[in-house]
Design a protein around this ligand. Structure first.
Ligand SMILES: Cc1cc2nc3c(=O)[nH]c(=O)nc-3n(C[C@H](O)[C@H](O)[C@H](O)COP(=O)(O)O)c2cc1C
Length: 215
């Protein structure tokens, strides 16, 4: 299906220009991200915006922990997944690998890249108050969705970084995030590097009949 809209054009960005984002643009992005719906208008999302030298410092902490604790991006499954899920994961790897420098290990690229927010000038950490149940993570996920689309409209690229939730303690300590908040996810934000091969990678989607049923 062909559509002329932002949804079909947006892809995750994994290489950014070394160019800072003006504060007004970041505020606009946060404003747009918080226009989404939330259950009984609770708006449970909270953001910590990390930029400049602090962003670099955060990445140093994350990379160190990732290596020490041997943490890796994974599906976050609590049981073995049916084969079709594994197939989608393999297809993501197949869509990125051809664009990486020869000899680069895919998992290393993703793990190190994620901890470095792929070089983006801004990392936005999404947190939620621990008083909420897991149901409210849906609302935070909606804000992530709004953010990646709004960023695209503003000429910015994004990559959601779920991996960082494994380093919640380190992140909370470094950014003085209160004890009673949970780190949900991060989003790397910056201007996409148009010359970087990896940004040409396009991930496939399962055909509708695999994910939708009509009654
Ligand atoms: C909840 C969530 C967590 C993600 N975590 C990571 C991550 O830790 N590292 C990474 O490189 N990409 C991460 N991604 C990006 C996905 O790999 C990407 O969205 C997916 O492959 C589809 O590709 P697209 O965004 O280009 O359409 C995450 C995406 C979502 C929605």
């Amino acid at each position: 299906m062909e559509f002329e809209n932002v949804i079909t054009e947006r892809h995750s960005t994994r290489a950014f220009l070394d160019k800072s984002i003006p504060r007004e643009i970041i505020e606009k992005l946060l404003f747009l991200s918080t226009r989404g719906p939330s259950a009984i208008n609770l708006q449970p999302w909270e953001f910590t915006v990390v930029m400049g030298e602090e962003r670099q410092r955060l990445s140093r902490v994350l990379v160190k922990s990732m290596r020490e604790r041997n943490i890796s991006c994974g599906p976050g499954a609590v049981r073995p997944l049916p084969e079709y899920f594994m197939d989608r994961q393999r297809k993501l790897m197949d869509s990125i690998l051809p664009y990486l420098e020869k000899g680069t290990d895919f998992q290393d690229f993703i793990n190190e890249g994620s901890c470095n927010f792929y070089g983006a000038p801004v990392a936005i950490i999404f947190t939620i108050d621990q008083a909420f149940s897991k149901s409210r993570l849906v609302d935070v996920g909606i804000a992530v969705g709004y953010m990646v689309l709004a960023a695209h409209n503003l000429g910015l690229g994004t990559c959601p970084i779920g991996l960082i939730s494994a380093f919640a303690d380190e992140i909370k300590e470094m950014l003085n995030i209160p004890e009673d908040k949970d780190v949900v996810i991060g989003v790397a934000v910056g201007y996409p590097d148009p010359d970087s091969p990896v940004n040409q990678s396009i991930s496939a989607r399962a055909p509708l009949h695999e994910v939708a049923r009509f009654y």
